[in-house]
Design a protein around this ligand. Structure first.
Ligand code: SF4
Length: 354
């Protein structure tokens, strides 16, 4: 394969074979002056994903000389090591999304056989067909499950003997999800002390960028509500969401209903979820609108304490939680000021409210 293609799609298996054939060792890549530019490009790949994410137009690097091509191919493992050295779930997601968006843009100028070969590397059963492509319906479902628009539903597709027909444009959009899923599933990689030491300064820079982004999310207005009145369960769920940790569906459901019932608008609830990537934003908006009854027939209630316990998302509670009449997180929220004014104490829960 043309090495310039490997530079544009460095997650191809052949890219690592190319590096092995060149005899480049990890120690060389981490320390050798000859690879200083590749290390800088790797860092740019990650800072770019944090600063601009999927909104930035892709600036193609020059790929005229062998050295420029090698730099780009090497920048990818450097970026992966950097992301792995920090091992922050939000950074992993954002980096994977950015790589995937770049991949989609680059695929737009590639021919159909190459698109199909990349799809095969991503384990998609996909083949060119009539100027577009067809993909096995199980792969279609796997990689479009986050797309909420009606025109992505399986019932609205042309399906022929188990294969979904897709235009070229929609195929590339689906492949973006597949690239993101693949990169996310591989990160963070285990990294040794040598890697951590070599990237210490770059990792510090990235951690500072991450911290400042997270600070901005935390400062997001909660409007008229007071976070100090939150019960431990809801405080923990909110903290987990704002730290971009994986929160189970039951937890997302509980916090959305809770925020809705204490008076936040759907837009305010959406802001609480912070800076979610594009496709996750669609899912989040859909869930909020559905749960609050904006786009469904039901305005769901906040689960009571017994249900929260059965979901495994009650952290055990504090002294106020353990009052015999306490049965509901909304009761906690309403009663807490009175409880404190009357001299009641709340011991600090695991990740308790301030
Ligand atoms: S007892 Fe109820 S209010 Fe308290 S943390 Fe558990 S679920 Fe939340």
């Amino acid at each position: 394969m043309d090495p310039r293609r490997l530079a544009r799609f460095p997650y191809l298996k052949e890219a690592s074979g190319y590096l092995k054939a060149g005899g480049i060792t990890l120690a060389d890549l981490l320390r050798d002056d000859a690879y200083r530019r590749a290390r800088a490009r790797g860092l740019e790949r990650v800072t770019g994903s944090l600063e601009k994410g999927d909104k930035a137009p892709l600036e193609e690097p020059p790929l005229h000389t062998e050295a420029e091509v090698l730099t780009e191919i090497l920048a990818y493992p450097v970026a992966r090591m950097l992301v792995s050295a920090i091992a922050d779930p939000y950074l992993v997601r954002r980096y994977a999304l950015t790589e995937a968006v770049w991949g989609q843009m680059r695929l737009s100028v590639e021919d159909a056989p190459f698109v199909a070969s990349l799809a095969a590397e991503l384990d998609l059963d996909l083949r060119p067909s009539d100027g577009g492509f067809e993909v096995h319906f199980t792969d279609f479902l796997t990689h479009t499950s986050s797309m909420r628009e009606k025109d992505w539903k399986l019932i609205n597709q042309v399906v022929d003997r188990g294969y979904v027909r897709l235009s070229r444009e929609r195929t590339l959009r689906m492949m973006r999800n597949a690239i993101q899923r693949r990169i996310e599933s591989e990160l963070p990689l285990p990294v040794n002390d040598e890697v951590i030491e070599a990237f210490r300064r770059d990792a510090q820079q990235l951690k500072a960028m991450l911290a400042s982004r997270k600070e901005r999310f935390k400062a997001a207005e909660l409007g008229k509500v007071s976070i100090t009145r939150f019960p431990p369960c809801m405080y923990n769920l909110l903290a987990a969401i704002q730290n971009h940790e994986n929160v189970p569906h039951t937890g997302r459901f509980a916090i959305v209903t809770f925020l809705h019932h204490i008076g936040l608008s759907n837009e305010e609830i959406f802001k609480v979820f912070g800076d979610v990537p594009d496709f996750a934003a669609d899912v989040t908006r859909y869930q909020i609108d559905h749960i609050t009854g904006t786009t469904s027939a039901t305005e769901y209630s906040t689960p009571e304490c017994a249900t929260m316990k059965s979901y495994g998302i009650c952290p055990g509670g504090d002294l106020l939680c353990h009052q015999p009449w306490m049965r509901h997180p909304l009761t906690y929220y309403r009663r807490k000021p009175k409880w404190l004014n009357s001299g009641g104490a709340t011991s600090r829960p695991l990740a308790g409210p301030p």
